[in-house]
Every structure is written in structure tokens, then in C-alpha cells.
Design a protein around this ligand. Structure first.
Ligand code: AMP
Length: 235
């Protein structure tokens, strides 16, 4: 018997490169869940040269945060579309600060979301490991795919064919913000907001799952499965 028969939203909290995106890919493949990656949405806007894209291109390249209003409008629109599908949802990269967490909280208090259970999944990993990972990260150029790979020798996440996406066969690239200078800025921005975000959820939510994100993605996923089984949750 599940402790939560309602739809579930998993808020993924962790630094850039902590494995939230790869973890989401695993959950989509194994459980059929939906993922909202605000970073992927932002990059899609930039690539499609939309009005929002033109406005945020520079922000993404700098490693700083896009304004809360722009992000929250994207999230709200996506969540309202998704919520009736009844699938569990992974929020990857949102909320990223206290203002966004409070905005999400207000949204989930609206009538349309009354059947939602919220869980927080915390990815714990050192900055040194993250810097190594991000320096070897490759992503699919196809903005409807954006699958994640590693160029590191011996990594299980290497693409089968050099610089080609296993999933959609488009070319892989290094993300514009995966250079050491911007990585350091993104980590600095993450750490500026991490404590207040976690404090908000620690006070509010009992459902917090902590994962050792220094492990390979398969191990992280196994620990997550163990945690949700222990909590009596259906996947
Ligand atoms: P990510 O793919 O999650 O590493 O995000 C890449 C970039 O997109 C970030 O460095 C920000 O510039 C922007 N971004 C993604 N999510 C958010 C968010 N929730 N709030 C503000 N900016 C965001």
C-alpha cells in the first residue's frame, strides 16, 4: 500500500553536474515519469531565437540565474499542461532559490494541484567531482533531446559512436556554459542559494531523500529506488 496515492512531484536539489539530468533520464526510461528541466527549456528558447531566448542568452553564458518571473511563467505553463496526465514529475533545476520555492509552494496550493505529494531529492557531491564531470560532459545538440554523455575514458555514459547521440543520432556538443570559468560561477550561484532552499524544505517537508551523488548514475538510481521502496511509494 502506497503512502501517497496522489501524483508525485520530485524536486531535485543539487549543484550543476550533480547528476540531476542523468537521474531524470533514468526515471523517464524506467518509470515513464515526466521531467521539466528549466535549463533545457532555456536552451531551447535560445536555440529557437524566441523573444525570451534573445533576452536570456547572455545570462546563460554568464552562469548567472535567469529572472524568477521568466522561469516561473515557463514552469507554471508546463505544470498546468502536465498535471492532468497523472504522471509523476521531476523538477530538474527548479526551484533554484527561495523566491522560486515559495512561488512553487503557492502554485501547488491552487485547486488544480490539490492531488499532489511533493518530495525533495537532494544530490550530495563535492565541487571537485562536479568540475571534473562538467569538463568532460557532452550533450545532444538536438534541443528536443539534450541527452547527456561523458567523454571521460572508461565512463559508462560514453556515447557508442564518437560525438553522436545514441538516442536520436544527432551530433553531440560541449554546452556553452561548460567551461571552467562559467562552471565556477554556476557553483558559486548554487551555493549562494543552497542553504536557504534546503532550509525551506527541511522545515516544510518530511519527504526528503538524500543521495550520494558522487557514485555512478546506476548506483544513485538504485539508492533512490531503495529509498522510495522504504517509504512505501509506488514508482
Ligand atoms: P542547468 O541546465 O540547470 O544547469 O541550467 C542552465 C542555466 O539555465 C543556468 O545557469 C541558468 O542561467 C538558467 N536556469 C535554469 N534553471 C533556472 C532557474 N530555476 N532559475 C534561474 N535560472 C535558471
Amino acid at each position: 500500500m502506497s503512502i501517497c496515492a496522489k501524483s508525485k512531484i520530485f524536486v531535485l536539489v543539487g549543484s550543476p553536474g550533480s547528476g540531476k539530468g542523468s537521474f531524470s533520464e533514468f526515471c523517464i526510461k524506467n518509470f515513464g515519469w515526466s521531467q521539466l528541466s528549466t535549463g533545457n527549456l532555456c536552451r531551447k528558447h535560445v536555440s529557437n531565437n524566441t523573444e525570451i531566448g534573445k533576452h536570456i542568452d547572455f545570462v546563460l553564458k554568464s552562469g548567472k540565474l535567469v529572472s524568477d518571473n521568466i522561469i516561473f511563467d515557463m514552469v507554471r505553463e508546463w505544470l498546468i499542461e502536465q498535471i492532468n496526465l497523472g504522471k509523476s514529475i521531476l523538477l530538474d533545476g527548479f526551484p533554484r532559490n527561495l523566491v522560486q520555492a515559495e512561488a512553487l509552494n503557492s502554485l501547488l496550493n491552487e485547486e488544480a494541484f490539490r492531488n499532489i505529494c511533493l518530495f525533495v531529492v537532494k544530490f550530495v557531491v563535492s565541487d571537485d567531482i562536479v568540475i571534473d564531470r562538467l569538463c568532460g560532459r557532452l550533450v545532444c545538440k538536438n534541443k528536443n533531446c539534450q541527452a547527456i554523455y561523458s567523454s571521460a575514458k572508461g565512463s559508462l555514459s560514453r556515447p557508442k559512436n564518437d560525438m553522436i547521440c545514441d538516442k536520436c543520432l544527432k551530433e553531440l556538443e560541449v554546452r556553452a556554459d561548460d567551461n571552467i570559468e562559467t562552471i565556477k560561477e554556476r557553483l558559486k550561484v548554487y551555493h549562494e542559494h543552497e542553504a536557504s532552499l534546503l532550509d525551506f524544505y527541511t522545515k516544510k517537508e518530511k519527504n526528503i531523500i538524500e543521495l550520494d551523488a558522487s557514485m555512478p548514475i546506476k548506483n544513485i538510481f538504485c539508492s533512490f529506488e531503495e529509498a522510495i521502496n522504504l517509504m512505501g511509494l509506488d514508482s
